[in-house]
Design a protein around this ligand. Structure first.
Ligand SMILES: Cc1ncc(COP(=O)(O)O)c(C=O)c1O
Length: 403
């Protein structure tokens, strides 16, 4: 009887602990506001839709329907469409990484790759290492698996590898999660020396590295640096990537490259999660890549995004108060701005929305010691003149708050 009364009084669903640990993503809430058409948004990590290869994708889909119709509508294998895995492995080989089709798993975006890796490695209470700050949706995944995140600070050369080694010795982590190229949120890339040392440390202590690489292809200046996967000779690096930023995020096609033992564990986890990634999308992507000039397409993206990145840097230089500092990325989609200590990114966001301009306040990206005086700016999704107008508006709000 008593139980009945309690049930009646408390009508909330009895969710698992992980749901409360995941929290409400502050960033998702901000993106909802930023989506309003009257807002100049630098908030999302959105690639420019005018650069999606829509016609080529339409032709690839039409061909798949004509050639492979029913098979493309059917269930398929968890590991993914073999011709697509072969294409990805071959591209990675061209970048000095000994990938094979057997060691490649297609995922529904690299976000699923992060989730699956966390699922196969993390038990509640396990420790793992992240950069501080880092990609907010990855932090959310690690929290949901009840991991204890050891957050290691970064500087202009990437994560501080000495501190990573110290953290390994102290906390015996299950893995290290890093974004070595044009990091989200900072736009910073690891130096060659740090890359080599990180792989060496991982090898010596037998701790896998999750290398999350959605942005490596999007370099606008400077020399390409080797991926951690290409520096690894002992299967210590699990490499995640995606077509989200180069072809289209709506296709939801990403991949994991890892040792076959790890791929087998990931396949089991993926089976339980979604059976497989969309059959049609995988075949259409493979068809597209048969005769689409992917390199020329990337070169075009780099030319447009490089111009927008430079435009945002120039606008910050022209309008922002001299107390603010920002990163100068060589690629990717983001710039990271440090505001004067007295300014809260969240307050600046609220005031900027009134001026119809949006960005993401930085606090949510910190796994430890959240700092409130940072903001993340995306430059890929607006033309240079709009970028200038948006930065000018934020700058006016900021200057008012400093007065
Ligand atoms: C660092 C990082 N990893 C993963 C993702 C997710 O990419 P996908 O669209 O392939 O799931 C993003 C998206 O912004 C990202 O910035």
């Amino acid at each position: 009887m008593a139980a009945k009364i309690t049930r009646k009084e408390n009508r909330s669903p009895r969710f698992a602990r992980r749901i409360s640990r995941m929290g409400v993503s502050a960033v998702r809430e901000i993106l909802k506001v930023a989506e309003r058409p009257d807002i100049i948004s630098f908030a999302g990590g959105l690639p420019a839709p005018e650069l999606f290869p829509v016609d080529a994708l339409a032709r690839a889909h039409a061909d798949i329907f004509a050639r492979e119709g029913a098979a493309a509508m059917q269930y398929s294998t968890t590991e993914g469409w073999r011709p697509l895995r072969e294409w990805i492995a071959a591209r990675m080989n061209g970048r000095g990484c000994a990938a094979t089709a057997e060691g490649t798993l297609i995922t529904s975006g690299s976000q699923q790759g992060i989730d699956l890796v966390a699922r196969i490695f993390l038990d509640p209470g396990d420790t793992m290492i992240v950069e501080n700050p880092s990609y907010v949706a990855a932090l959310q995944v690690f929290k949901s698996y009840e991991a204890e995140m050891i957050a290691v600070d970064s500087d202009g050369g990437g994560v501080r590898v000495d501190e990573v080694e110290q953290a390994i010795k102290e906390s015996n982590p299950k893995f290290i999660y890093v974004i070595p190229d044009f990091q989200n949120p900072t736009g910073i890339s690891f130096s060659l020396e740090r890359r080599k040392r990180l792989v060496e440390i991982a090898r010596r202590h037998r701790v896998p590295i999750i290398e999350d690489d959605p942005y490596g292809e999007l370099r606008y200046q400077g020399e390409r640096l080797p991926s951690l996967a290409s520096l690894d000779t002992e299967g210590m690096v699990i490499h995640l990537s995606t077509f989200s930023k180069t072809i289209s995020p709506g296709m939801r096609i990403g991949w994991v490259i890892a040792s076959e033992e790890i791929i087998q564990a990931l396949i089991r986890a993926k089976q339980a999660s979604d059976l497989h990634t969309s059959t049609i999308q995988q075949r259409a992507a493979a068809r597209l890549l048969e005769d689409f000039d992917y390199d020329a397409h990337i070169a075009r993206l780099c030319s447009v995004y490089g111009e927008r990145c430079a435009a945002m840097g120039a606008s910050l230089e022209a309008h922002f108060p001299h107390e603010a500092r920002w990163t100068r990325p060589d690629g990717g989609l983001f710039l990271w701005v440090e505001l004067p200590e007295s300014v809260s990114g969240e307050e600046l966001f609220k005031d900027s929305i009134k001026e119809k301009v949006a960005f993401v306040p930085g606090a949510a990206f910190f796994a430890r010691d959240a700092r409130t005086n940072f903001i993340r700016l995306n430059f890929s999704n607006r033309q240079p003149d709009i970028i200038d107008e948006g930065i000018r508006r934020i700058s006016d709000v900021l200057k008012r708050s400093l007065r």
